[in-house]
Design a protein around this ligand. Sequence first.
Ligand SMILES: [Zn+2]
Length: 405
Amino acid sequence: MRAYKFLLRPTVGQEAALRDMLRDHCSLYNGALQERRDAYRHSSKTSVKYGDQSAQLKEIRAFDPERHGCWSFSSQQATLRRLDKAFQAFFRRVKAGLTPGYPRFKGVGHFDTVTFAKDGDGCRWDSTPHDPQTRVRLQGVGHVRVHQHRPVRGRVKTISIKREGKRWYVVLVCDEVPPEPLPATGSIVGIDMGTVHFFTDSGGVHQENPKFLEAMAEELTAAQQHLSTFPKRTRRRTKKHRAAARKVAKLHAKIRRQRLDHHHKTALALVREHDVIGHERLNTAGMTKAPAPKPDPEQEGAFLPNGAAAKAGLNRSILDAGWGIFLGILAQKAESAARRVIPVNARNTSRTCPPEIGGCGHVAKENRVTQAKFECVKCGLVENADRVGALNVLYRAGLVLCDGA
Ligand SMILES: [Zn+2]
């Protein structure tokens, strides 16, 4: 799957039509929401389903051909589905014992996207293929010029029209994207995911955790502490309580976004540099019961009794949470660049004397002297502990390669 976003260059008339299209989809959304609200408030608590509303579309279109009949049937269905998703999320949170806000009406100025679920159904990507100027045809709007600044690969699945300020964009989601192989570098690497460093590679280079995460972890701790001063169970939250909850949610979202951005950049750098990347296989169960933070002689001050421990724990959870996501991104990027990613068994990678650099292969807990130092009790090999993990991952990835070859 891959998404592309291109600027649209509509004519004055087309732009007016695009605005009308958003306005009418917005009114459809709000109308469908009204119906669900009425049903929900009714004493019988009947609920309206997507299927019921979709079935009414035909009548609505026939009843008001000016404002509804002229647009694509499938984009209207997509709008109803979007409302349905909002309701599903709402009921899921209610079920989980939370008190979510009921889905809200959207102001015309805030309804900015119309989606077409399938290329060719009410819309057509590259509708004038013989003209060097790319266009997208939209039902009720016409063939709109597209500023296509890069080639589209794969098969176009969905097409969305998006308004951002005064600009209009088309967003394509493609599947069956063929790989664009990168030139071979002849390099193979193992990485060891850590807590102190984001990861360490088999060359001994540490990839640090991004600094902004630490700064934001502190901000989040403060915001959560503030939120915890409000009573947990309450019928009506005060304005200040809501503001405090909003702040925490906003910080979480910001951290998620920035971490994702960091993951993408880090994964891309790895894929550019190496033909083969070995990493520890994560099992989600193992992830959740990651070792409890222990006092660390080399990381003094990390776990002091004055509340710093809690903070460190939070720091850690924020920094850790992304590994599974990171490896997913890495696998995706590797696939589209025709690189190979090899997950290996992580058992004892940090306790084994690394054969990769001439170690004896002896496995012992005692080999690991401290968080950072590895010293083999049998042959005396000394190396940075994180690098040892990465070297053993590399060794195991190499074995997998040999087996496959
Ligand atoms: Zn050894």
